[in-house]
Ligand binder design. Structure first.
Ligand code: URA
Length: 432
């Protein structure tokens, strides 16, 4: 069979022709290749890598038979963003309404959790009534009437990514430069906004932790996106500790609402501010850094970003009273505190361990069709560089069910307390 020849050729470091890649993806989408064979193909690609022509073919094949959004009916440029995903990474829920409140329309297709990293789509499903899957023909009217849209990445637009993404999540084939690049860029090609900002994470909680490899991923994605005609900027951002203080589903919605109401959480807000600036500048290249920052701060301080989020959520069907009273979002009945065993400085908070702890509490999926717990999560009380005393609360676990002792132990181990002042990493390492 073609799929097995292809696996063998790739394993022997051979080159895959464009039509072979396209046929494999098309056959998988059509159900003619079973999951186990596609998993073997993806695993081999993850191990061997792809050349530039192979990567271009894979990206194009993901969008095959999918639709394209047409923003010609929208006044002015439309912008988009995407991150490689992380822990406590609530950026989309903050930057999209901020940028939209600054008058620049945003179209954002968003995905589910991948491995230990959270997914905006899962977080949004904790808002009762919110329609997370808009048909393509509702996207442009939503942007025209509200100014922003966040919708689940739709198999209609990128059938190939839709089919492989869910498989990758549960087969250990997420952490691959070409598979991440093709997955993300294919969605951006289908949306085809006028300006795109990519947020590539580096550090222990990133899909690609090593800094040099994360830079390689950044350059790969920039070249790929630009080769499809997308005007693209990128930030290399820090994921060596959880980005924001909340890790979970509804807890991250609450966190986003708090920031939109003006709480500038360290780390989380710093990154959001940079992404917002680049998004505004991609719509208006003449905008200086200072002008962009003024607009962004105004949108936060005068409440217009918060109002934008509510208006958007209402337009997509949400019960807005729940957002106005976030204690009515899904919650958890159990509370467990994780405290410091010794005094000193927090030198490390391992984001993978925190992300994995939330998986044990049902926040993400360990298998394909596992139901999610929207109310559970971890709230971090400390960041790297903070001084703590014995007994201080480092984190709170909010749980309903699951392996809570396992989760507690992971969060406890995630915190490293020492005597030496750690280098506190900046939220943004580099801008491309
Ligand atoms: N986000 C995506 O959409 N795809 C990936 O492969 C990784 C992060």
């Amino acid at each position: 069979a073609r799929i097995l020849d292809s696996v063998n050729r790739k394993r022997a470091n051979g080159t895959l022709p464009d039509d072979e890649i396209e046929a494999i993806v098309a056959d998988f989408v059509a159900g003619r290749i079973p999951d186990y064979q596609m998993s073997a193909w993806l695993a081999t690609v993850a191990c061997r890598g792809l050349s530039t022509p192979e990567l271009t073919a894979l990206t194009r094949s993901y969008t095959r038979d999918g639709g394209r959004l047409d923003f010609s009916g929208v006044d002015g440029p439309v912008v988009d963003k995407h991150s490689t995903g992380g822990v406590g990474d609530t950026t989309t829920l903050i930057v999209v309404p901020v940028v939209a409140a600054c008058g620049v329309p945003v179209a954002k297709m968003t995905g589910r959790a991948l491995g230990f990293a959270g997914g905006t789509l899962d977080k949004l499903e904790s808002i009762s009534g919110l329609r997370v899957h808009l048909p393509a023909d509702e996207v442009v009217p939503m942007i025209r009437s509200v100014g922003m849209v966040i919708t689940g990445q739709s198999g209609d637009l990128t059938p190939g990514d839709g089919a492989t993404y869910a498989l990758r999540d549960v087969t250990g084939t997420v952490e691959s430069i070409p598979l991440i690049a093709a997955s993300i860029v294919s969605k951006k090609v289908a949306v085809h906004a006028d300006g795109l900002v990519l947020d590539i994470k580096t550090g222990a909680g990133a899909l690609i932790p090593d800094r040099d490899r994360a830079v390689e991923l950044t350059r790969t994605m920039l070249d790929l996106a630009r080769s499809f005609g997308l005007s693209t900027r990128a930030v290399l951002s820090d994921m060596s500790q959880p980005l924001g203080p909340a890790v979970g589903n509804a807890v991250e919605i609450k966190q986003a609402l708090a920031v939109l109401r003006g709480e500038r959480s360290p780390g989380l807000w710093d990154l959001c501010a940079t992404i917002c600036r680049l998004m505004l500048q991609s719509a208006d290249p003449g905008l200086s850094d200072e002008e962009a920052e003024l607009k962004i701060n105004k949108a936060l301080d005068d409440g217009s970003a918060y109002e934008m989020f509510l208006r958007w959520a209402a337009a997509q069907g949400a019960d807005v009273t729940v957002l106005e009273r976030p204690d009515r979002l899904p919650s958890a009945t159990g509370r467990l505190l994780v405290t410091a065993d010794e005094s000193g400085l927090v030198t490390q908070i391992d984001p993978r361990a925190v992300g994995s702890a939330t998986l044990l509490m049902g926040v993400g999926r360990l298998t394909h069709d596992a139901p999610l717990d929207y109310g559970s999560g971890v709230l971090l009380h400390r960041r790297v560089g903070d001084r703590v005393s014995t007994g201080d609360v480092l984190a709170e676990l909010h749980y309903n069910a699951g392996d809570i002792e396992g989760a507690r132990s992971l969060v406890h181990k995630a915190f490293v307390i020492g005597d030496e002042t750690p280098d506190v990493p900046p939220a943004v390492h580099e801008i491309f």
